[in-house]
Design a protein around this ligand. Structure first.
Ligand code: SAH
Length: 229
């Protein structure tokens, strides 16, 4: 397992000392918030998280069967790796990143047990550029919808850094059609279009189902296919 990235402290301590107090405290707040979110996920992964269904998401299988997932794949927020390992079993070169060490540890164990080759790294999705390489395809099952408003543009910039030109990002997130407020925030099509308005082509955003252990029938989701221009 590889711990990559030091969060935001490095940037706060920039040697030139040019960062304003306001900016530094904004960064610190962001870091604290991320810290909370990391602790939340780390504690949930000590047991079995409700989203961790022990098999790939149906929508990911359908994308693969339809030939939409091509070449090398990066799974962002890969959790315990079911989607990544499924794609590895189909012959893709696959990397998975997640900022929760407990999830990455489980993914690595599964890869070893199943004799599959996947590269799993502990990494914040807001620091994807540190990977220093690009992929043909990025998949996201349940990451985008946990990012805060402030984190979204940072994530989208990082996504651009790891996708080839013409490469595609497939994203599965809870939609506003899902009633109630349990689980992650709901995302509207307009929010998705807004996040990817510059430098991206939205191929489609279609109604989909996201499976979970709380609701075996699945929840209302959007499946987006978005290519880097
Ligand atoms: N894709 C997996 C997990 C979905 S849950 C699946 O389908 O089962 C969301 C995942 O995103 C969690 O594993 C959580 O640890 C991870 N995550 C949340 N914020 C993250 C961030 N900023 N960077 C990397 N991973 C993150």
């Amino acid at each position: 397992m590889c711990k990559n990235g030091q969060g935001f402290t490095a940037r706060v301590n920039e040697p030139e000392g040019k960062m304003s107090i306001e900016k530094a405290s904004e960064m610190m707040k962001l870091r604290e918030k991320l810290g909370d979110s990391e602790n939340f996920f780390e504690s949930v992964y000590q047991a079995e998280p409700p989203w961790d269904i022990g098999r790939p998401q149906k929508e990911i299988i359908q994308l693969e069967q339809a030939g939409e997932i091509v070449g090398s794949v990066l799974d962002v927020g890969c959790g315990t790796g079911e989607n990544a390992l499924y794609l590895a079993a189909q012959g893709h070169e696959v990397w998975g990143i997640d900022f929760t060490p407990a999830a990455i540890q489980k993914a690595e164990q599964k890869a070893a047990q199943r004799n599959l080759h996947g590269m799993f790294l502990v990494l914040n999705a807001l620091e994807l550029h540190t990977l220093g390489r690009t992929f043909d395809t990025v998949i996201d099952s349940g990451l985008f919808h946990v990012l805060s408003d402030e984190d979204r543009p940072i994530f989208v910039d990082n996504l651009a850094a790891v996708l080839h030109r013409g490469g595609t990002y497939f994203m599965l997130c809870f939609s506003e059609l899902e009633p109630g407020s349990y689980g992650p925030r709901r995302i509207t099509q307009a929010e998705i279009r807004d996040s990817f308005r510059d430098g991206w082509h939205i191929n489609y955003i279609r109604p989909a189902t996201m499976e979970g252990r709380m609701r075996p029938e699945g929840v209302h989701a959007w499946l987006s296919s978005i290519s880097k221009e």
